[in-house]
Design a protein around this ligand. Sequence first.
Ligand SMILES: *Cc1c(COP(=O)(O)O)cnc(C)c1O
Length: 391
Amino acid sequence: MEVQQQFFRDTWVEVNLDHIEENIKQIKGIFKQEMNIMAVVKANAYGHGAVEVAKRAIRAGARYLAVSFLDEALQLRQAGIVSPILVFGRVRPHDVNLAAAHQIAVTVYQEEWLLEAKQHYTADQSLRLHVKFDTGMGRIGITNKENGKAVITLIQSCEMFELEGVFTHFATADDTDLDYFNKQYSRFLDVLAWLEDWGVSVKFIHCGNSATGLRFPDKVFNMVRLGIAMYGLSPSEEIKEEIPVNLKEAFSLHSRIIQVKEIHPGDAISYGATYVAAEKQWIATIPIGYADGWFRYHSSQGGYVLVDGKRAPIVGRVCMDQCMVRLPYEVEVGTVATLIGSQQDERITVDQVAKRLETINYEIPCMIGSRVPRIFIEEQKIIAIRNGIRL
Ligand SMILES: *Cc1c(COP(=O)(O)O)cnc(C)c1O
């Protein structure tokens, strides 16, 4: 047992780590050459739990980890993870010594940033750098040749700086229309040609997120940055049919019914008394609400949960900590209600929930907050529990 933190509520997330491993291994198999997998575990591994996912991803063959900011990288180091980690976002220039001390690679996205970082640099260890070019995402990155040259020259002039990677990020890799993707790709090829002109070689060249890797396995150079697909989700609805592997969702969300009651015609449910029973029916209360990231929108958008393998629609407004569902028939208090996942022959996928909330699947596991403990499953056994409230 890696981490066992008890919790005392009847709502939890289950993360199937075997699925994460299977997804990584299957995806690794689609590349012709040996591919370096960078497992993207930012945002608490898209809400799944960063430490456990990172460890399992490494076991499954990932070579590198990636996060968004320094705290997320330090969390992994504090958990004893020694694999290389890249921070995609901005590390504050005065924090580069901390990154170096923990052997955390950082992204260089602007000449000014590098000049400042150099001024602050006092660490004895060298600092690994990945230079980010903006080829059309318009977020962070170097946008032209002059800045690129200045940054590379500056890195090479400082013996504590090690140029380890060069990368870019696509805005439309998950789109059916590939014009913009191709434009960005050819700009990145230009960047690589400049590097060659300048006589610069780098260990890792990477441009592919999940969508790029899955669709164009021969266009991601020697490293792919695997996020959403590792969690078993498609980067978009449009390319779902194109995915060459059978991805398995790792995330599911469950609760236990805490009260069951029969209501009668005219009886109302929840704030605003907006739901009024037309006939006699069984109603259950489940202890999850918008403060857990189970938003009020679920009820107005026709949301439902699974109880005893059957659909139970959410009725009335979702409260902060609880919500109510209409049961197919009377069940016992303590019966499991599955909000995302399967029960018997019924299944509620992350994609279905995303559609219900008119958003993308990425948002769904991310929005389930740290109030909801994560239970990690390997071979049907619980191997760790993380309770975000009592860390
Ligand atoms: C989040 C992120 C990824 C992962 O994207 P997915 O679509 O989840 O695979 C890759 N690269 C960068 C720079 C990112 O920020």
